[in-house]
Ligand binder design. Structure first.
Ligand code: ASP
Ligand code: MG
Length: 458
């Protein structure tokens, strides 16, 4: 029980007057629920967390398998689809055998999961469409949440499933319909006010036509962030199997340490620049509604993790991150000199080919920018050539330093530059936000640059 206290310190503290029930939203990713043992482990972490909302991903590997099944349907290969379903179902049978103690619950879970597999088989008999694929893929989260809910029941916990398909909706632009989510989620919680714990699916939702849809790969974090933000949670916890965001990439640099506090903006920069732990758009709702996000580790639950909130630690450099596969494009033109409208023409070409620009630096006679998607590069290059001389550098890496880089602070940009004294730097971008300075370097210099920055800055 003492263990539980650590995680549930906010649970069921009813505020005297307003009777606001304080709660958290806790999201567990695919690996955290990836086996019977891991599901039991999460069960222990949430068992005592009364009134919290638990958002689950599909068991790891399941979403990919379901996409493969849908791919077989698309190719008209029904035999392959049914083989893949067999294999997946066997995995779930094993999980059930390992997860439940009693025959009663084994039977209940088998019945539920078999029912879902029967629905899946019926889906694979239909003609392929994108909508069908989304229906197939949604089964992953439906299965993991059912398994967890039954596991909690077997432990004697009064948990309920709230179907995400009833409370999460996206609009015609694919954006979350916040008014709908807020209203329907509150309604669902009120209707089940007696429950101790609420379990729901991450990732899946309906669209404006009422069809089953999703928030795109990795979207469970987004679900958690939306629910936490719109229901006014005390905190959104994202549980993975690393102890938060690190101050550098542990794959290349020894002795990295978790960063305990980050501003939302710092976290967004790091998320884009390679810290895979959190998708940048996912934390937007939390940020807008000022709900802190805490990254925690299921393998080491008492570790402090990383707390992301709207608070900046002054005068601190927090972390270094890198993004690979960057292409730099330089456009040099005499016509740029003292002319206006040149950049507009450049940007319009990128807009036309739906390619986003990440870094940009300009001089009076040229502009350099970077992209991370080469799909339309030949066409972009051809059109840019009409504006000036185009040079392309491939296999580049953006290294970014994140922290309190407000321009009036002195010395931080100098320290970063000093660290990279012996590394050839192609571009530098500073002042775009108060939180970052970015360097574009060659791929072969990346590890050296990351190590040098860690050595000099931390
Ligand atoms: N299951 C989905 C995926 O694998 C969503 C998620 O895990 O966040 O992308
Ligand atoms: Mg994920």
């Amino acid at each position: 029980m003492t263990e539980r206290k650590i995680f549930c310190n906010f649970a069921v503290e009813k505020q005297n007057a307003g009777k606001k029930i304080r709660m958290k939203v806790k999201k567990f990713g695919g690996t955290s629920v990836g086996s019977a043992e891991r599901i039991r482990n999460v069960g222990k972490l949430i068992a005592g967390c009364r009134k919290d909302i638990v958002v689950l991903s599909a068991m790891s590997g399941t979403t990919n398998s379901l996409l493969e099944i849908s791919g077989a349907v698309e190719k008209g290969d029904r035999k392959r689809a049914s083989e893949l379903i067999e294999t997946l179902q066997a995995k779930y049978s094993d999980t059930i055998a390992g997860l439940y103690q009693t025959e009663k619950y084994k039977a209940k879970a088998t019945k539920t999961i078999d029912g879902i597999f029967n629905e899946l088989r019926a889906l694979t008999d239909k003609d392929f469409s994108v909508a069908l694929e989304k229906e197939i893929v949604a089964k992953g989260e439906i299965m993991s949440t059912n398994l967890m809910n039954l596991h909690l029941h077997e432990l004697g916990i009064n948990s309920v499933l709230i179907p995400a398909l009833e409370i999460v909706r996206i609009d015609m632009h694919g954006e979350p319909d916040e008014a709908f989510i807020s209203k329907e989620a509150k309604k669902a919680l009120d209707a089940m006010a007696d429950a101790d714990l609420y379990i729901t699916q991450g990732f899946i939702c309906r669209n404006e036509k009422g069809e089953i849809d999703n928030l795109q790969r990795g979207g469970s974090d987004y679900t958690a962030s939306l629910l936490g933000a719109l229901l006014g949670a005390d905190e959104i916890e994202i549980w993975t199997d690393i102890d938060g965001m690190h101050n550098n990439d542990p794959r290349f640099v020894e002795g990295t340490t978790p960063v305990h506090n980050l501003h939302f903006e710092e976290a967004a920069e790091l998320a884009y620049f390679g810290a895979k732990i959190l998708h940048p758009t996912c934390i937007l709702p939390a940020r807008e509604h000022n709900v802190p996000v805490r990254l925690l580790n299921t393998m080491d639950p008492s570790a402090e993790g990383t707390l992301i909130e709207n608070r900046l630690e002054k005068n601190a450099i927090k972390a270094v991150a890198a993004k690979d596969n960057i292409t730099a494009i330089k456009i040099k033109s005499g016509r740029m000199l003292l002319a206006y409208g040149f950049l507009k023409k450049v940007f319009e070409i990128f807009e036309k080919y739906e390619t986003s620009i990440d870094m940009i630096t300009t001089s009076e006679v040229g502009v350099s920018l970077t992209i991370d998607n080469e799909k339309n590069l030949p066409r972009i290059e051809a059109e840019l050539s009409q504006l000036g001389t185009v040079t392309i550098d491939r296999d580049m890496v953006i290294v970014c330093v994140v922290g309190d880089l407000e321009w009036t602070n002195k010395g931080f940009e100098a320290a970063a530059l000093e660290a990279l004294r012996n590394v050839p730097v192609r571009m530098i971008s500073y002042g775009g936000s108060n939180y970052n300075i970015s360097f574009l370097i060659r791929k072969e210099d990346k590890v050296k640059a990351l190590r040098l920055l860690s050595y000099h800055l931390f």
